[in-house]
Design a protein around this ligand. Structure first.
Ligand code: NAD
Length: 336
């Protein structure tokens, strides 16, 4: 399949691009390189050509049309391009609206205009908001607690309606906490301005960020009092994207064609679990300090990914805590 991948030079997108390339599909990346890196993409080698990179912005409809015209026709789009820092979405909502809502709408319209009718969309657990129960399945109410989550839910709703009103068929994948790096060490991506726990911990371990690591609250109703989150390996996310593409390609129906599925492990790790594993794996001290909890931070967030398992037989294979941390450490460890 020939696949356009907006945001494919970023953290998760580059792992999906690599998985597509590995299985003989032809990904073409469309990316502004705001946070993505050309070095995340496969270079030409004896195993095949390099992945083309079309430098463009999803807010620019003309650039999208140009990419479809120059690089198409495409069998599908896998759409990662977004602003993702939930905190920043509350102070700069316009930037999130423009990239996530307007950009995604431009992309859908450009795809439809070019006759490309299959799309996989990066959604998020943030569409659920404060958990009313765990594990969170797809029937859990969607009440985002930040503007970032709202922008993703708005796109999901557009995709749902367009599945009824146009030939578009789509799958929204609601990731929980993406973590880890390519187990083969081919993508050594360091998260720019990291806010997620594992990269923050590893930056402190590597001396790239001043410590101590701040632990936001240790009096939650969890086994050790710190917050519990569901960390899922990017290679496992990549496998699910391949399954979603195959599902869209196999399904002959053209009506009511939108699906939203969770991707998580069904399990969680506490902040203390992550710190302890990171200290053991890196051999570094990694100082930490408990500070007051952040308002609105839930005690426990973890997924039910039963629906993805039932539909695709999908199951995480690389999402053990040690593999999540050790594969990431490859990008942060100073050379010996
Ligand atoms: N990382 C997570 O834990 C997580 C969890 C849930 C959902 N997501 C979603 O997954 C997707 C990928 O996230 P990521 O962690 O790989 O982030 P990332 O920042 O590494 O990747 C985003 C990519 O999109 C590109 N981009 C940003 N704005 C663009 C624009 N206007 N036009 C074109 N390209 C643009 C960036 O350069 C980058 O390559 C995002 O949609 C994010 O919301 C991520």
């Amino acid at each position: 399949m020939r696949i356009l991948v907006p945001g494919g030079a970023g953290y998760i997108g580059s792992h999906v691009v690599r998985a597509l390339h590995d299985r003989g599909d032809t990904p073409v990346v469309f990316d502004s390189l705001k946070s993505g890196r050309r070095t995340n993409l496969p270079e030409a080698s004896s195993r095949g050509g390099s992945v083309p990179l079309f430098h463009g912005d999803v807010r620019d409809r003309a650039a999208l049309d140009a990419a479809f015209a120059a690089e198409g026709p495409f069998d599908a789009v896998v759409h990662f391009a977004a602003e993702k820092a939930a905190g920043a979405s509350m102070t700069d909502p316009q930037r999130f609206t423009e990239t996530n809502v307007v950009g995604s709408t431009n992309l859908v319209h450009a795809a439809l205009a070019a006759g490309c009718h299959r799309l996989v969309f990066s959604s998020t657990a943030a569409v659920y908001g404060e958990p009313r129960r765990v594990p969170i399945d797809e029937r859990h109410p969607t009440e985002p607690a930040n503007w970032y989550g709202h922008t993703k839910l708005a796109v999901e709703r557009l995709l749902g309606w367009y599945g009824r009103l146009t030939p578009l068929k789509s799958v929204a994948l609601r990731y929980f906490n993406a973590a880890g790096l390519d187990p083969a060490g081919r993508i050594l991506h360091q998260e720019p301005a990291a806010t997620n726990l594992i990269p923050v911990v590893l930056e402190v371990a590597a001396g790239l960020r001043d410590g101590p690591v701040r632990v936001f609250g240790d009096a939650y109703d969890t086994p050790d009092g710190t917050g519990v989150r569901d960390y899922v390996h990017v290679s496992d996310l990549a496998t699910a994207h391949l399954a979603a593409l195959d599902d869209l390609a196999a399904d002959a129906s053209t009506a009511g064609a939108h699906l939203a599925l969770n991707l998580g492990t069904g399990d969680g790790h506490s902040v203390h679990d992550v710190l302890a594993a990171a200290r053991r794996i890196t051999g570094r001290e990694i100082p930490s300090v408990v500070v007051p909890p952040r308002p609105g931070d839930p005690a426990r967030v973890y997924a039910s990914a039963e629906a993805a398992r039932e539909r695709w037989g999908w199951a995480p294979r690389h999402s053990g805590l040690d593999e999540l941390i050790s594969t990431s450490w490859a990008a942060y460890a100073p050379p010996a």
